[in-house]
Design a protein around this ligand. Structure first.
Ligand SMILES: NC(=O)c1ccc[n+]([C@@H]2O[C@H](COP(=O)([O-])OP(=O)(O)OC[C@H]3O[C@@H](n4cnc5c(N)ncnc54)[C@H](OP(=O)(O)O)[C@@H]3O)[C@@H](O)[C@H]2O)c1
Length: 296
């Protein structure tokens, strides 16, 4: 990080739970931090701590060479920035609002049309983590801009640059969120099942659920290696046919215990289709193909 980058003035647009944390981290790191939010009162604490309150979105953008936006979604971002889009010329726009890869790419084109450099970002952290190394923030888009301002961006957490395709950060962000939501949904199902018979769910969680999920991550590298070329395993460790039986039993047991089994049942139909299509005897890659409808 260059000394100059460490002192780069920065603007944060959007002071929801995440935007406030971003602005606070930049302020704490010593950057002149200008803030703007639709509901102006959300800036009060930051201003008391030394942030500069912008009177308008145009004032916010013109205050700094780097403008970080963290709003609800891309629709809101475009709505907020539109009246001041010309002011972006010559600046770096860093959008950390959640969105899709296509929205990231479209916004890169939009920003270029207004003379701005663009980085799209995905925050893989919750607000209390911001400013600490465990806060992972993914970026894609302008490489020169990332390299020039990496020092500033590292104030927010562990910054990872994924490539010049502005859609990559959103793609990776949504992929990681998919894994998180899927795991959380599975864990909720497990707790609901056990909860039909036992009340000691915290004990179940700490002594069985967390160690089980942790131990099962050991299979992820092998799963990833086999995504592109499905191997016909001679001696599969976890054959699809075995997994289909287990999933069917989960569905039946859930119904028997009065728990909604739709989440797991959803896996069963395409898994049986896959076995019908390819024959039994395949290993874990089959589970990945379930998500790739085109492969069936
Ligand atoms: N919080 C997290 O744990 C977390 C984690 C990772 C990523 N993120 C991402 O960070 C982004 C912001 O999340 P957040 O947690 O800060 O959400 P939030 O607390 O709900 O804040 C939403 C922000 O969007 C603004 N906004 C919403 N609708 C608007 C409109 N029509 N016009 C102008 N401004 C509008 C809000 O302004 P007002 O204050 O005026 O309503 C506020 O600044 C999201 O894309 C989210 O996915 C959040």
């Amino acid at each position: 990080m260059s000394e100059q980058d460490a002192l780069t003035p920065v603007t944060v647009v959007g002071l929801g739970a995440m935007g406030k944390a971003l602005a606070a981290a930049l302020l704490k790191a010593g950057h002149r931090t200008t803030v703007w939010n639709r509901s102006d009162a959300k800036a009060d604490t930051l201003v008391a701590d030394g942030a500069v309150r912008a009177g308008s979105i145009t004032d916010a953008i013109t205050a700094s060479p780097v403008v970080i936006v963290c709003l609800l979604d891309y629709g809101v971002m475009h709505e907020v920035l539109a009246p001041a889009a010309d002011a972006l010329s010559g600046r770096l726009l860093v959008n950390l609002s959640n969105g899709t890869p296509e929205q990231g790419r479209e916004t890169a084109v939009w920003a270029a049309g207004h003379g701005a450099e663009y980085l799209d970002g995905g925050i893989m952290a919750v607000p209390p983590m911001i400013g600490h190394p465990e806060a992972l923030v993914l970026y894609s888009g302008s490489k020169p801009a990332f390299e020039q301002h990496e020092g500033l961006l590292c104030r927010l957490g562990d910054s990872r640059y994924l490539g010049t395709d502005a859609g990559l950060a959103a793609l990776y962000d949504l992929a990681l969120l998919s894994a998180m939501y899927g795991q959380a949904a599975g864990a909720r199902h497990a707790l609901a099942l056990v909860g039909t018979e036992r009340a000691d769910l915290p004990e179940f969680t700490s002594s069985l659920l967390i160690p089980w999920l942790t131990s099962m991550t050991i299979g992820l590298p092998a799963l990833a290696e086999q995504t592109d070329a499905v191997r016909e395993a001679e001696d599969p460790v976890s054959p699809e046919s075995m997994q289909a039986v287990a999933i069917a039993n989960i569905a039946e047991a859930s119904a028997g215990q009065g728990v909604d089994g739709e989440l797991l049942s959803h896996l069963l139909v395409p898994l049986r289709d896959l076995i019908g299509h390819r024959g039994a005897g395949h290993d874990l890659p089959g589970l990945i193909e379930l998500a790739r409808k085109a492969a069936l």
